[in-house]
Design a protein around this ligand. Sequence first.
Ligand code: IMP
Ligand code: MG
Length: 368
Amino acid sequence: MIQLHDLRFEPFISEERLTASIDKVSEQINRDYKDKTPVFLGILNGAFMFASEIIKRFEGDCEVAFVKLGSYEGTSTTGKVDTMMGLNMSLDNRHVIVIEDIVDTGNTLAAIDLILNGKNVADYKTVTLFFKPEAYQKGYNVDYIGLEIPNDFIVGYGLDYNGLGRNLTQVYKLKKQDMKNLVLFGPPGAGKGTQADVLKVKYNLVHISTGDVFRYNIKNQTELGLHAKSFMDKGQLVPDDVTIKMLGAELDKNPAANGFIFDGFPRTAAQAEALSDLLAEKNTDVTAMIALEVDDEVLVERLLERGKTSGRPDDADEAIIRNRIEVYYDETSILKDFYEKQGKYYGVTGVGSIEEITGRISKVIDSL
Ligand code: IMP
Ligand code: MG
């Protein structure tokens, strides 16, 4: 494990594996270019180490140029790419081999394509040491690929995190934080609020109830609260990005939390994606969706019983109760699918005493 600036990284790809994959692409390049006197065009800074290995292994005549382009800050692409700087030779009628360290979104590749298409090159191909298929958003063919890797942030072998890590001879990936972020679900009357109150103390989690967050922001007339209210006043749903910003502000308020209990959000697959993206910015993710399971008839009985004393009109009418339960199951099933696919769905029997139910949920949390 190593630390660069504020982040920790764990070993990911050994030098042996890197060497083997460089040998593999070098063979292909030698086969295709040995007699063509190509120009290797290394993209600085990240590609310097990989470029040197590729060029050392090239068995024919070649020329070499390095250019700088692209701007990249922190652990996600900024999306803005500059022009090619430092090219001091003509590429007219030359066979160009662009050497990249990593192809992520493909934005850099798109910029290079634009620039090279504006020049008089005979043709060009691209070789990259790393390729992230899940992050790639373009259609260009990447001709030679060393290693396909998952969408993790890596450092080493030329790649950096805010300037550090380029000198490492093996590759490390960002270590996820050990947070426990729970999406808590339960049908009306299942005792979700009660459980959240117990769990947040037991596990030092911060309970984020979307309803409370809305009310807080509106009451205190925060910028986001006023923005949300402008939709509500028109009878419209608050857009997801506004809600997500509010949740983001809650996360920022609690940097030392062991994790969060999300209550009332997400409700759709799109919101679940958005939540995952938000947590990714904090170098973490949803750990589990915990759904309390209670038989419909038990719920109806409980709510009718509660209605006798709560004074809530929606607790007094059996048809309304059944409809609320149905809406709940529609929403849950979408999210159940979403999290089940990631192996993160846990159903917990929600019948019994408060302690019994806490016990069952704790078992799940302890196993995470
Ligand atoms: P793209 O334009 O999104 O394909 O990203 C290309 C540039 O982003 C690379 O040349 C790197 O400088 C940087 N980059 C992308 N992913 C990583 C990573 O995991 N670690 C370090 N830099 C990265
Ligand atoms: Mg780079």
